[in-house]
Ligand binder design. Structure first.
Ligand SMILES: [Cu+2]
Length: 158
């Protein structure tokens, strides 16, 4: 009888751990394929936090640094700037696919279509604890659609 109780307790602990890890749901993470010599690459995904959290940065083995970017139209000009964080309200899907996106700065290699890029995103959860969310982004080649007037990636990174 004692043994069974111990097993049940262990089962409960495992269950609560997996709930914690699942606070951030990552959907459809992908990276835009780069051309030789390109030093910055865009990464796109949708994040949903169950309890509410804040994306505060991250890193990647494929680049020197990772930045969160915000894009703004100012007249005809599309400007991007790095922002320190993005709020992830509880239960709301936050698309980092345009106005906000993730940018890898100082790529150490070309991002080739079909390969994957590993990211570690840092998220401050509702209890103010920083958690790491591992993301694998699939590199996609958008050569077929990329050359329209949506000059999103014609911006300059120095
Ligand atoms: Cu950018």
């Amino acid at each position: 009888m004692k043994k069974r109780i111990a097993l049940l307790a262990a089962g409960c602990m495992l269950a609560s751990l997996s709930v914690l890890a699942a606070d951030i749901e990552v959907k459809d993470a992908w990276a835009r394929a780069t051309v030789p010599g390109q030093k910055a690459g865009g990464i796109f995904m949708t994040l949903t936090s169950a309890k509410g959290a804040t994306l505060i940065g991250g890193s990647s083995t494929a680049a020197k640094s990772l930045e969160i970017h915000e894009m703004k139209h100012e007249g005809d000009v599309m400007k991007m700037r790095a922002v320190p964080k993005v709020a992830l309200p509880a239960g709301k899907a936050v698309a980092l696919t345009g106005d906000y996106h993730i940018m890898l700065m100082g790529l150490s290699k070309e991002l080739k279509a079909g390969s994957t890029v590993d990211l570690e995103l840092k998220v401050e959860n509702a209890d103010k604890k920083v958690e790491t969310v591992k993301v694998k982004a699939e590199v996609r080649d958008l050569a077929g659609k990329g050359a329209d007037g949506h000059g999103h990636h014609g911006h300059h990174h120095h």
